[in-house]
Design a protein around this ligand. Structure first.
Ligand code: AMP
Length: 420
């Protein structure tokens, strides 16, 4: 037996019904906030990610040489492809450009619950604004989404890379040495971060202050005593988002997102009900367009882990069961087959979801199948009834059957389904 590739998943009809529910909800909320959907290819030139990503992402990237000798990657994330798309083709559109997509991503990671090699992200980007209002709007959407999903325990952890960078500037660490430190802070390797700072000539006292700042968490109070644009900006974003109704926000100045291209506000969202792989979202503001050959433009965005949202919704009982069909039609003998197919056509045209029998099994077996498909009604075409211009309509919920005229099948079903 050939197995599927490690870290990938097949999705059953029931899984897909659940995933579709989440997609519908994500499309609805995106529309409510004025975001427009796009798609980019799964395959990109590997260079796109090499240019912008830190070593962590590159180590996990699926990349290969294609038959033409080009270095190709399966996208590990969606921000870089979206900005590439923008730089290639979308710069003439009015700003801000508010875009979203729901797509697969690939990372060669160690698979476990909530961590896959093929996974999906819901990605939201605002291109062209450097205002606090743009960051605040992302937080509002994220907060609203968590609420609509019934995730009431979520924890926002919001920081700003400028705070730590500002302290490092003041402590005399050159900017090109700072990224490595931010990566260590991002991974919570604080001892290594201290050693690194000392090896770069930062004083013991400054290193201590910087690490203490990285560990500050809580409400706006944690910004007290911090000077500079970054903390003022952060405070303003939080104020705006709270005015807009966000209520779960909290600060964590140790969140720095570890990638070079983040320039300002950064945040992560955890859903504690998920256990180890609890981070459901990461985001922040960045300048990427220039890196890809475009004009400089400030953007901000976030990516939710689609699969983790599904897991969280399962835990909170937010997913409805798979929808069944409305009608199942069966012919008691092959003589009624043509009428069965004709009636199915009429019902489908009237918008009634309909299956007809494809197996020619006994009536009881056919009804059992209809019930496994969640059919609301079954239409039984028997020889005797058909000779009298009638068919049997069976209510699959309570087993009640009534004879109806063949010509009134669609009207009768429409009426009954409308009442429900
Ligand atoms: P990132 O691009 O690393 O900030 O990821 C954004 C979100 O995608 C994370 O917060 C996770 O929820 C989700 N995610 C990242 N990697 C994986 C993975 N391997 N499997 C499932 N979800 C993931």
């Amino acid at each position: 037996m050939i197995q599927r590739v490690r870290g990938t998943r097949d999705f059953t009809p029931q899984d897909m019904s659940r995933r579709r529910q989440l997609e519908d909800l994500l499309r609805r909320i995106s529309r409510d906030y004025g975001y427009r959907e796009i798609q980019t290819p799964v395959l990109e030139n590997a260079e796109l990610f090499v240019t912008k990503s830190g070593p962590g992402v590159l180590n996990e990237m699926y990349s290969f040489e294609d038959k033409g000798g080009r270095a190709i990657a399966l996208r590990p994330e969606l921000t870089a492809p979206i900005i590439r798309f923008y730089v290639n083709d979308l710069t003439n559109l009015p700003m801000p450009l508010k875009l979203f997509c729901i797509s697969s991503c690939f990372r060669y990671e160690e698979p476990q619950s909530g961590r896959y090699r093929e996974f999906y992200q819901y990605d939201v980007e605002i291109i062209g604004s450097e205002k606090a209002e743009a960051d605040a709007e992302l937080l509002l959407l994220a907060d609203d989404l968590c609420r609509r999903l019934g995730l009431n325990e979520v924890e926002f952890r919001i920081g700003h890379v400028g705070i730590i960078r500002g302290l490092l500037d003041a402590a005399g660490m050159p900017q090109d040495r700072q990224s490595e430190l931010l990566r260590l802070v991002d991974k919570k390797k604080l001892d290594e971060a201290r050693a690194y700072m000392l090896s770069e000539g930062v004083s013991e006292a400054d290193a201590g202050d910087i690490l203490a700042t990285c560990q500050k968490k809580g409400d706006r109070e944690v910004l007290k005593g911090l000077k500079g644009e970054a903390s003022e900006y952060l405070e303003r974003v939080i104020r705006l988002a709270e005015k807009g109704g966000a209520s779960n926000l909290s600060l964590d100045l140790g969140v720095v997102r570890g990638l070079d291209y983040y320039t300002g506000l950064v945040f992560e969202i955890d859903a504690p009900e998920l256990g180890a792989e609890k981070q459901i979202c990461g985001g922040g503001s960045y300048a990427l367009a220039e890196l890809f050959g475009g004009q400089p433009v400030q953007s901000t965005g976030m990516a939710f882990g689609f699969d983790r949202l599904i897991l969280a919704m399962e835990k909170t009982g937010q997913l409805a069961p798979e929808e069944g069909i409305e009608l199942f039609i069966l012919a008691v003998t092959p003589a009624q087959s043509e009428e069965m197919v004709r009636l199915a056509g009429g019902a489908r045209k009237a918008g009634i979801s309909t299956e007809f029998d494809l197996m020619g099994r006994s009536m009881s077996k056919s009804l059992k199948y209809a019930s496994s498909r969640g059919a609301r009604y079954a239409l039984i075409l028997g020889e005797r009834e058909m000779a009298a211009g009638k068919v049997l309509l069976r209510d699959m919920d309570n087993g009640e059957q009534s004879e109806i005229g063949i010509g009134s099948v669609v009207d009768e079903l429409r009426q009954r389904l409308a009442v429900r």
